[in-house]
Design a protein around this ligand. Sequence first.
Ligand SMILES: [Cu+2]
Length: 131
Amino acid sequence: MIIGIVTVYVIMMIGLVTFDSSKEKISEEPEVVVNADIIMPTKASRPGCEEADRCYIPSVIAIDFGNQVTWINEDSAFHTVTSGFYGESSELFDSGHLDPYESFTFDFDEKGTYDYFCTLHPWMKGQVIVG
Ligand SMILES: [Cu+2]
């Protein structure tokens, strides 16, 4: 009986210790500075992300006009957010080369469907639908 109680107590203590250490790990993570709507994930610089629709995440976003969209580059390579299609920029917006963890924000004041791409990686495509 006593052994049983001690065993349960020990298991509970181990559980608490494990829980505490996992909490510490969370607090050590870097603070999220930019609240982005769309992420350019790791490996977007290599062809293949388009097959899983993961070059810009999400690749299609719908917003109300008058709102803005923020993209963040979470890859280790440069990327851009450029309006239009590869080889046919619409010249509405262009982030230029975004460094890792750099972000870009654009205000969409008019309704419409806005295609965009990355000038460095033709397979990276996305769309903002403003309604
Ligand atoms: Cu790119």
